[in-house]
Design a protein around this ligand. Structure first.
Ligand SMILES: Nc1ncnc2c1ncn2[C@@H]1O[C@H](COP(=O)(O)OP(=O)(O)OP(=O)(O)O)[C@@H](O)[C@H]1O
Length: 221
């Protein structure tokens, strides 16, 4: 679905030094790497938020990449003086989803976030903001979903809930790429691991047990 060939990006230093990998539909990929390795940079480039210096990003569907992709930032931003519900309504209007108030209410219930939807976002905890950000992504239904550290501020019940949503979403025919530092999450979720190290991607199938995966990642990283 997406092929990335020899992608390079520098700020003052070269961060991505010729990144090459492939993402298919129906699969979940976890992107791991040390702090500052370039994970957010890579996801923002793939989402069309940042430019790159050279290389290519090839999309199989002849649609434009930015029509297929939705990026959930590790620091999600909303219209803080609107409620969560009004933010979702705003997002669905921007994306011309044509949902009625009732459709949106049902969606909110399905996401399990109805208890705080009438509260202003300025009053949300980190975890509540992340739940709203994940809900916004599922509302848009992108073919390719990039999640930057999506589960880090969620409680164990919400982690399990959104983990299931992510798995179901991928199996319905979509592609999900998740950046995470949590090896147990990567082990549970990923079909394949993308390890970003020294500006290059090492891509491999997640067919280890959790301890072996951890040892393998710690060796390479
Ligand atoms: N706008 C910018 N200008 C200059 N340098 C930048 C900019 N954005 C990121 N960098 C640098 O690029 C490198 C990669 O940053 P990035 O945020 O992509 O890493 P990351 O792998 O997501 O890190 P973390 O795991 O700590 O979130 C870092 O050295 C960072 O300081």
């Amino acid at each position: 679905m997406i092929k990335v060939n020899n992608l390079k990006k520098s700020y003052r230093l070269e961060i991505l030094k010729g990144v090459t990998f492939k993402l298919d539909s129906k699969k979940i990929y976890c992107l791991l790497g040390r702090n500052g390795a370039g994970k957010t940079t890579l996801m923002k480039i793939l989402s069309g938020i940042l430019t790159f210096d050279s290389g290519e990003i090839i999309v199989k569907d002849k649609q434009k990449l930015d029509e297929l992709v939705y990026y959930v930032s590790e620091k999600p931003t909303f219209l803080e003086y609107l409620s969560g519900f009004d933010n979702l309504d705003f997002i669905q209007k921007i994306h011309k989803l044509n949902l009625s108030n009732n459709d949106l209410k049902k969606f909110v219930e399905n996401m399990g976030i109805q208890s705080f939807m009438n509260e202003l976002v300025i009053n949300y905890s980190h975890g509540m903001k992340h739940q709203l950000a994940l809900a916004a992504a599922f509302l848009k239904k992108p073919k390719i979903l990039f999640l930057d550290e999506p589960l880090v501020s969620l409680d164990p019940i919400n982690i399990a809930f959104f983990r299931d949503k992510i798995v179901r979403y991928a199996r319905e025919g979509n592609t999900v790429l998740i950046s995470t530092h949590m090896i147990p999450i990567a082990h549970k979720l990923a079909d394949e691991i993308l390890l970003l190290k020294d500006g290059q991607i090492h891509q491999f199938a997640n067919n280890f047990n959790e301890k072996d995966l951890e040892n393998y990642i710690l060796q390479i990283i």
